[in-house]
Design a protein around this ligand. Structure first.
Ligand code: ARG
Length: 453
């Protein structure tokens, strides 16, 4: 049994079931690297304040460095006998330096370590997520360029609405992802990592010693001065913030997947999906199922759930640290892993999507797609008030539906019964995708530049 970081005041041994129940080592080992950063800064501060000799400090840092290399090489396996990663590293240091290890935990608390570790985890992972999101963004922009001149059907209420460019459609997602990316950048810029909160009240180590130790830290980014030890050990809003950003990103991904599922089905048949990301049916030989997209859509429940889990876990906690907060890790790690996997595959998936141009062209012949353009023509060219034009075209469309006669097949004499200024020649010049798109002047269309730094 691994040694605990506590125990002196207890006479009875811990209940075995409870001991297992209380462990976090099975997931918080992911914080090992960052916990070592904490230890190195802490040892340096202890040396600087003469609590440890230089030699003791060097021996401790050397042993921590050895563990760090194991982590970097991927040979580190957590000791599941330990309560958590902080205890695990403490016991490894003890195996390397013997009794001196007892001085490592001088004037510090896991309450401080855990926040420090989690913040570094968030910083590293958000940087990585940003790169992966950048790849998805680039894949979307490439797709928009590949089909820059292609028209597409725009929907509202899942009903045919107006003609747009395919790039208008797909770049909408690029702009959503750009905002997601910016949220990541803000997070990276604003997150402050502090050290020295102790259990809650701060420690006897002078902040100057910490500042000096931070200066020599392996990773300096985001390290800041400690202004509130109470806030530091009590707060997990940075985790909630990240889980919120990931939920918004997941919502965007989920809408994209839903679009692609819909548009690639036989009923729409506008898109073809890359085969290497689809699966077949064990029974129905013809099936090509969009499982990747469905799984992404499905994971949304888990990603939102993770956010709600941490929000709810935190909502009633009195200050400062409470053990409940140990449960922030699994939701955090889960959402980060899900999003990384999704983004990695999504960039490749989008590259493989192609348009069924023939079928889109057929769908673009639908008269109703141009009803708004006819009404606007009556307003702009004939001076009709918009609500009158709206009624005229509404009646025209209704007649066309009832009599099953296309507007383009109507004679001038019939058209003029709806409005004297209507003629087939005029309608033909309006009812086509070129006119429909070129008559829209409010949008400044640009191919967005990559968001990756
Ligand atoms: N495993 C704990 C967590 O993740 C570390 C902090 C433990 N602190 C304590 N006072 N028991 O929150």
């Amino acid at each position: 049994m691994a040694k605990k970081l506590w125990g002196g005041r207890f006479k009875k041994k811990i209940d075995k079931d409870f001991e297992e129940f209380s462990k976090s080592i099975q997931y918080d080992y992911k914080l090992a690297e960052y916990d070592i950063y904490h230890s190195i800064i802490h040892v340096n501060a202890l040396v600087d304040s003469a609590i440890l000799t230089k030699k003791e400090g060097q021996r401790l840092i050397f042993s921590l460095g050895q563990i760090l290399r194991e982590i970097e090489k991927g040979t580190f396996t957590p000791d599941l006998e330990c309560e958590d990663i902080h205890s695990d590293i403490q016991s490894r240091v003890e195996k390397k330096v013997g009794k001196l290890a007892a001085k490592l935990h001088t004037l510090r608390s896991r309450n401080d370590q855990v926040v420090f570790d989690e913040k570094f985890y968030c910083l590293n992972e958000v940087e990585l997520l940003g790169k992966l999101l950048g790849d998805v963004f680039d894949a979307i922009v490439s797709k928009a360029k590949q089909y820059e001149k292609n028209f597409f059907l725009g929907y509202t209420h899942t009903r045919r609405a107006q003609v747009i460019f395919f790039s208008d459609y797909i770049l909408a997602y690029a702009y959503m992802f750009k905002r997601d990316y910016r949220r990541f950048q803000c997070f990276l810029k604003n997150l402050e990592v502090v050290i020295g909160a102790g259990a809650l009240a701060g420690s006897a180590l002078n902040s100057k010693h910490y500042q000096k130790a931070i200066f020599s830290a392996l990773v300096k980014k985001n390290l800041a001065e400690l202004n509130s030890s109470v806030d530091n050990v009590s707060s997990r809003d940075f985790i909630i913030e990240l889980l919120s950003m990931l939920s918004i990103l997941q919502m965007h991904l989920s809408r994209l997947t839903e679009d692609m599922i819909l548009y690639s089905g036989k009923e729409f048949d506008f898109l073809r999906l890359p085969e290497e990301f689809c699966t077949g049916s064990s029974l129905m030989p013809h099936k090509k199922n969009p499982d990747f997209l469905e799984l992404v859509r499905g994971y949304t429940g888990m990603v939102y759930g993770n956010l709600v889990a941490v929000l709810t876990m935190m909502k009633g906690l009195p200050l400062t640290y409470n053990r409940d907060m140990q449960l922030d890790k699994e939701p955090l790690f889960s959402s980060v892993e899900v999003l990384k996997n999704e983004l990695k595959i999504m960039a490749k998936f989008i590259k493989g999507v192609t348009l069924n141009e023939e079928n889109i062209a057929k769908a673009l012949e639908d008269d109703s797609l141009y009803a708004t353009e006819i009404a606007e023509f009556l307003v702009i060219s004939k001076g009709v008030a918009f609500s009158d034009a709206h009624t005229v075209v509404g009646k025209l469309v209704r007649y066309s539906e009832d009599k099953k006669i296309r507007v383009k097949d109507m004679k001038d004499s019939l058209l003029k019964t709806f409005y004297p200024g209507l003629s087939l020649k005029a309608l033909k010049s309006i009812m086509n995708p070129e006119y429909a798109t070129s008559s829209k002047k409010s949008v400044v269309r640009k191919m967005p530049k990559t968001i990756k730094a």
